[in-house]
Design a protein around this ligand. Structure first.
Ligand code: ZN
Length: 243
């Protein structure tokens, strides 16, 4: 279908967090056919998987034009992979910086594994663009979020699968404040509201405490980053960034 209409079709790596929700909105604005994929790698928090469905259904209700483009959701079981990387996200270890200078939330090769599985799925679904929220601006601790890594991965996927995939990373050069601005540029305050209310970022799976920037414990690294970006964006007068 994508080939016949000239639309490459996109598969969004969608965790239900702030970044991947902004990516999903960007993809819905950019491509005619958009599907989503999530990965169950044994997260401590089923709340992340619930957030995915909440965001998808609310986007479809609030933005009818996007609802027509939003296709199937896929959830892939990567618990076997998750068992390899014993990190703070999947075990009860405290979140800290390791002697490699990486946060203990880093799972070696996780984004690479996600991309291989996403590409195999995209091949079967006839989708050519993989969209991910990788970002090297605010926090460069994850070596598999760097654009260099993704360029090498694109080449490996295309050689190994005889494909012409593209990996689109609309947030790569944006700060967290600019990610809020992009959301406003894509879907106005209505999209900002969806992200605040329904997306989930907190590493600890906290959904009780409500803050202006969303729900979360407020003190884990993910909450701190999200709150800081929100504060900067509000200080700047809540600007809108054109996609
Ligand atoms: Zn938190």
């Amino acid at each position: 279908m994508g080939l016949m209409t000239g639309d490459p079709g996109a598969l969004v790596l969608f965790s239900g967090g702030q970044d991947s929700t902004a990516c999903l909105a960007w993809a819905l604005e950019t491509y005619g056919r958009v599907e989503t994929v999530g990965f169950d790698y044994g997260q401590r928090h089923a709340v992340e998987l619930e957030a995915r469905q909440a965001v998808r259904s609310r986007l479809a209700k609030a933005f009818p034009a996007w609802a027509r483009r939003l296709g199937a959701d896929h959830l892939l079981d990567l618990r076997g992979f998750g068992a390899i990387g014993d990190s703070a996200l999947t075990s009860e270890r405290a979140i800290e910086i390791t002697d490699k200078g990486l946060p203990s939330t880093f799972v070696p090769g996780r984004n690479l594994a996600f991309l291989v599985h996403a590409a195999a799925l995209a091949d079967r679904r006839g989708l050519s663009v993989l969209v991910g929220g990788m970002c090297e601006t605010d926090f460069s601790g994850y070596p598999d979020c760097r654009r260099d890594t993704l360029d090498a991965m694109t080449q490996a996927l295309n050689l190994g699968m005889a494909q012409t995939f593209e990996i689109a990373t609309p947030l790569m050069r944006l700060t967290k404040a600019e990610t809020w601005a992009l959301a406003k540029g894509l879907g106005g305050e209505a999209l900002v509201d969806v992200i605040v209310d329904d997306s989930h970022t907190c590493y600890l799976g906290e959904r009780e405490a409500a803050h202006p920037w969303g729900r979360g414990c407020g003190t884990c690294p993910a909450c701190e980053l999200r709150a800081k970006g929100w504060a900067e964006w509000v200080d700047e007068g809540r600007p809108a960034l054109s996609p």
